[in-house]
Design a binder for this molecule. Structure first.
Ligand SMILES: NC(=O)c1ccc[n+]([C@@H]2O[C@H](COP(=O)([O-])OP(=O)(O)OC[C@H]3O[C@@H](n4cnc5c(N)ncnc54)[C@H](OP(=O)(O)O)[C@@H]3O)[C@@H](O)[C@H]2O)c1
Length: 433
């Protein structure tokens, strides 16, 4: 059998430990499938003494991850530390400069520095494999980068953060508010002590930026993603969605429009009958719209040690087999500079919830401000009886618009607010049909 591929693993937390478990417990099977043995030879983490439930005694220990990358026995590096700057970036750069390919689950790093790192990898004859960086165990990177190369991809969208999907699923099922469901997610280990990154949409945005680059052959443009999280979604929004035949999901959407490439992350009304609406709890899903194949939906676990390690090991076996696909599926010099479609030009239907004061003419004022901007309303619902009124006696009024632009809706809502007929901030949620 050919020489073993010798691996250095930096980061021995949830994903790192699970990866080493697979690489050791399935070593014979993996060697057979890869055509050569795959052997962990060196590891690095912060605290050497921590019990990680794995036997590390046969691996060389490096306190400094960069030293692991430069270890002459290491052929390729698995980076599972996380973070867009600092040690993870230093390690990946050092490995690539030494001509060593890198397997990583680090979406934050690639969303910020993906194009630069891809160029560096190419210059040194290495590659970056990152199946685990988007949608965890779902093989969406391989699908976009390899399996679908015969297609023109027009849109990629999905539920890319299990924490948010869990919270929204629970809010809907139990009528609980955001804070209560976040606490439940934290108690179950689905949400971090500081959940901002997940619930405010940034984690989804990082993953989306990677999927966009692969789908459209563009440089990674993480800064261009429009981001809104789920912390303002209320039980009333979820029950209104249900009444209107929708569910609310935090979606990441990348789309080619006449204006350029649109990348957006926000709570979204999706039809209850759609596949994405049926994805509940911590599960992730990605929809790819491509020609000629049509619509593909991939559903599965988006996080967790085992699921993420599954993706990491798939990438390692690819490297062992000698499958060195360019990082973003084409030479980095061929990646186009993305033209950013402005969010203000986004077109679609909107759900607008206004807390309206009980004043004569308030409804007419709202309708006028919408009509003046050419916004057609599909329906207006007033939640009167049975809905708790605020202290001011205001009641929720729900507007569903036909397709219009973000600019018009924002402008109309601001004009309504200026009329002094509202009690509290308006809620605006985009509708995908
Ligand atoms: N967890 C998931 O479900 C999941 C899913 C998809 C992608 N990912 C990505 O996978 C990566 C790892 O996530 P994780 O959940 O496994 O994280 P984790 O449990 O927090 O583990 C991080 C590991 O990195 C080590 N580390 C951190 N800073 C270091 C430094 N400066 N030098 C050396 N070692 C350092 C830590 O060492 P100590 O153990 O000694 O502290 C720890 O072993 C992240 O990029 C994350 O975004 C995670």
């Amino acid at each position: 059998m050919p020489d073993a591929l010798k691996i250095g693993v930096a980061g021995l937390g949830t994903v790192g430990a699970a990866t080493i478990k697979i690489l050791t417990s399935a070593a014979n099977e993996l060697a057979e499938r890869a055509g050569r043995p795959i052997r962990v030879v060196a590891v690095s983490a912060r605290s050497k003494g921590r019990d990680r439930g794995i036997d590390l005694s046969s691996y060389r220990w490096h306190d400094d991850p960069v030293a692991l990358a430069l270890d002459p026995e290491v052929d390729c590096v698995i980076e599972l530390m996380g973070g867009s700057e600092g040690s993870a970036k230093d390690l990946v750069e050092a490995a690539l400069k030494a001509g060593k390919s890198v397997v990583t689950a680090n979406k934050a790093l690639l969303a910020s520095h993906g194009s630069t790192l891809a160029r560096l990898a190419e210059q040194r004859g290495a590659t970056i494999a990152f199946e685990a960086a988007a949608a965890g165990g779902i093989p969406v990177i391989k699908a976009l980068r390899e399996a679908l190369v015969g297609n023109e991809i027009t849109r990629v969208s999905g539920i890319l953060n299990g924490t948010c999907n869990y919270i929204l699923s629970r809010m809907e099922a139990e009528g609980l508010d955001f804070a209560a469901c976040l606490k439940a997610a934290q108690d179950l280990g689905y949400a971090e002590a500081d959940p901002t990154f997940d619930v405010e949409g940034y984690d989804t945005a990082h993953k989306l930026a990677l999927l966009t680059a692969l789908a459209f052959g563009t440089e990674v443009d993480g800064d261009a993603v429009y981001v809104e999280g789920i912390s303002n979604v209320t039980p009333l929004d979820l029950s209104m969605a249900e009444e209107l035949g929708f569910r609310i999901k935090l979606l990441g959407v990348a789309e080619r429009t006449s204006q350029g490439v649109e990348q957006r992350v926000h709570p979204t009304f999706v039809p209850r009958t759609s596949q994405l609406a049926g994805v509940m709890g911590v599960t992730n899903a990605v929809e790819i719209q491509a020609q000629p194949v049509g619509l593909i939906t991939l559903v599965g676990p988006g996080a967790g040690g085992g699921a993420t390690a599954s993706a990491v090991v798939g990438d390692v076996v690819d490297l062992a087999r000698g499958n060195r696909v360019k990082t973003f599926g084409r030479p980095s010099g061929a990646l186009a500079k993305p033209i950013r479609a402005p969010m203000q030009q986004h077109e679609g239907g909107y759900y607008v919830r206004l807390q309206v004061l009980d004043r004569p003419g308030a409804a007419a004022t709202i309708a006028s401000r919408m009509a003046e901007r050419g916004i057609s309303l599909e329906s207006i619902l007033q939640k009167g009886r049975g809905t708790p009124r605020s202290a001011s006696g205001a009641v929720p009024v729900i507007l569903i618009t036909y397709a219009t632009t973000e600019l018009r809706v924002r402008d109309a809502v601001a004009a309504i607010a200026e009329e002094g007929v509202l009690d509290g901030p308006p809620q605006v949620i985009r509708i995908e049909r």
